[in-house]
Structure formats: C-alpha cells, structure tokens
Design a protein around this ligand. Structure first.
Ligand SMILES: [Mn+2]
Length: 357
C-alpha cells in the first residue's frame, strides 16, 4: 500500500499522481535527452537540471542535456560555472542513443527552438503561451504546460517534491535561481506554485553560490552596450521604447528591457536589437498588463514569432536584408504598431537627454 496517498487531500493526491505518471513514463525508457530553447536562460537550465535529477533519483535512468546557441548572460554563465552544469551541443549529440526526449521551458514549434529531425517528443514541461505551439496534450505522453506558473523550474520542483525526491544542492540552487529570474524575485507572474516550490527548495540552496551567480563581474563591453542602448531610449506616455540597433545578443535586449521597466512612469517597455539577420524583441509590462498582447501587436505583419507569460514576452523577426536601411524601416514599423497597440498613436517621443530629473 502506498503510505502517503491515504492521508492526502484530493488536490495534493492529484499532484502526486501526476509526478508518478512522469516517473512511470521515464521508468519505461532507458536514456533521456533533455532539450530547451536556443541560448538557454536560468529557468530552462534549472528545469533541465531538475528533470535530470528526477530521472536519476525517481526513475533510475540516465540522461544528458543538450543545447543550441550559447549561454550568454554573465549571470547565466556564472550559474553554469558555480553549479557545474553539464551540457552537450545538440549538433554533436547522437540522438539515436536516446529513447526518450523532453523539452523544458519551451515547446515544439516555438521560433527560438530547434529540434533535431526525426525525433518524437515524450515530455513537455513549460509555462509559455504561444500561437506557434505545434503539439498539445493529445500528442505528447507527458504534456505539462501551465501558463499560470511563473517558472518552468517551479513546475519541475513541484514534481520533485511530489515524487519525494530531495534535490541536491546544485539542482535546488539552479531551480531556485530559475524561479527568481522568471518571477523577478517572486514579485512578477508569481503563483502559489512558485511560492511553494521556492519554499521546498529553500533549505537545500547554496546561498554563497547563489550570491556569486546573482552578482558576477561584467565585461567592459556590457557597459558599452548599455551606454549605446540608453542613448536610443524613446519615451512616450507610459511606454518606453528602445531599439539597440545592432545588438551584441538577444540577452542584452532582454536585460535593457528589464532595466527600463524600472523607470518612473513606465508602464510598458518594448525593446529590440538586431543580431545577424534576426531582430530580437523583449517586452516587459507592469502588473496587470499583458505583455504577449503587446508584442503580438508590435510584430503584427512581420515574419516572426513570439511567446510570453503575464508581464514578460519575447520574440524575433527575420529580416531578408540586414542592412541599416532595412533595420530602420523595421524599427519604424514596430514603433508604429506598438503605439497603436497601446492607444498612444500620434504622440511625440522624448529621449533621456530631454528628461528633467
Ligand atoms: Mn521560463
């Protein structure tokens, strides 16, 4: 007899059942490959590490984690270094060595997600909504997408807790950092699940490592990029726009968006930057405004894709020609769309140079 189920309230019993479904699926396989979106962020790294630990401790199966792109932000690189996160390049991975495939913090079909051809996804753990979603619960044996969750790491920590798995220090710290970044320190998009997950992880977190991850040294290039970005800020009534022009990375666009949302009077931020032929967009809104609606309005009519949850959204637009003229034209189209989306068309922008303190 299962000693835990008899005394549990029904809702909790369902959670345990759900975690056991994941466990049983993994137990029926030999080797798991965990995948995520391009240029993985802390929530996807945390979720991946959590799923690997779940596979090992709850189901006794071996796994690997493979990525496309790079770990870009200084904080994320510190996370990988401090916690010893192991990952392979997806293009150097023999997918035929695996009989189970999982996606964390993204879904098949999303624009920033590259899947090797010919594989079938068995597990999806995510919290995004996106019109590009190709698969649903009917297509995937374990499909756990919860848009109300602030972080995929919270969903994963919940499964660890419900399966009775005590997380290692590295995994607990990674999951906790994933939750912190996706919820702005439990202040944004936060649900009861996120709070419960954080509490569960809390005693297992390495606080010294977490501090080292949160405040890493930053390269001089970061400050140069920031200086360039701030000179391009355009402020409308409640809306702050910033196109970095040619950007160093998609992460820099997101980072500037986070920073600008802190400006007094700003209710929404629409930030973008061109990397190669891809124009990356990050949208941040104050609580109560939907970032996904705004980003969709912004890139309306463009060849692009976007996803988001609550007050955070991101997307990209492909440019045929990535020259300065095409970039300027795109910036103007996006600006016009966003202003229309916010209902402030026709107003004039001010810059940081115009602002009085
Ligand atoms: Mn996430």
């Amino acid at each position: 007899m299962n000693p835990t189920s008899a005394s549990l309230p029904p809702q909790r019993e369902n959670c345990v059942k759900h975690a056991h479904q994941l466990r049983d699926l993994l137990r029926s396989r030999k080797r798991l490959l965990v995948l995520t979106h391009n240029n993985p962020d802390p929530d996807s790294l945390g979720g991946a590490l959590g799923l690997q630990e779940f596979a090992r401790k709850a189901a006794g199966i071996d796994s690997r984690f493979a990525i496309t792109g790079k770990v870009l932000r200084a904080e994320n690189q510190a996370m990988v270094r401090e916690l010893g996160i192991q990952m392979d390049r997806l293009d150097a991975t023999q997918v035929q060595d695996f009989d189970c495939f999982a996606m964390v913090d993204t879904q098949p079909g999303f624009g920033h997600t590259f899947l090797p051809p010919g594989i079938t996804i068995d597990i999806v753990l995510d919290h995004h909504v996106c019109a590009d979603a190709k698969l649903g619960p009917a297509d995937v044996p374990f499909f756990d997408v919860r848009p109300d969750a602030g972080a995929t790491s919270s969903i994963m920590a919940g499964h660890l807790a419900d399966a009775g798995v005590v997380p290692s220090t590295a995994t607990a710290t990674a999951l906790a950092y994933g939750i912190r970044t996706d919820t702005a320190d439990l202040s944004r998009n936060v649900s009861p699940l996120d709070l419960r997950a954080f509490e569960y992880l809390s005693p297992h977190i390495d606080r010294q490592k977490l501090a080292a991850i949160t405040n890493p040294r930053l390269p001089v290039g970061y400050f140069k990029a920031l200086m360039g970005a701030l000179s391009k800020v355009r402020i409308y009534d409640g809306l702050t726009l910033c196109s970095l022009g040619h950007a160093t990375s998609a992460e820099m666009v997101a980072e500037v968006a986070d920073l600008l949302l802190r400006m007094e009077g700003t209710r929404a931020v629409f930030c973008g930057g061109l990397v190669g032929r891809t124009y990356y967009v990050s949208v941040r809104t104050e609580i109560g405004m939907d970032a996904w609606t705004l980003i969709r309005a912004g890139i309306d009519g463009e060849q692009g894709s976007c996803g988001g949850h609550g007050s955070v959204a991101g997307g990209s637009v492909k440019l045929e020609e990535a020259d300065s003229r095409a970039l300027r034209r795109l910036e103007r189209r996006l600006e016009r769309n966003v202003l229309r989306g916010m209902g402030i068309a026709g107003a004039n922008a001010t810059t940081l140079g115009d602002q009085e303190d």
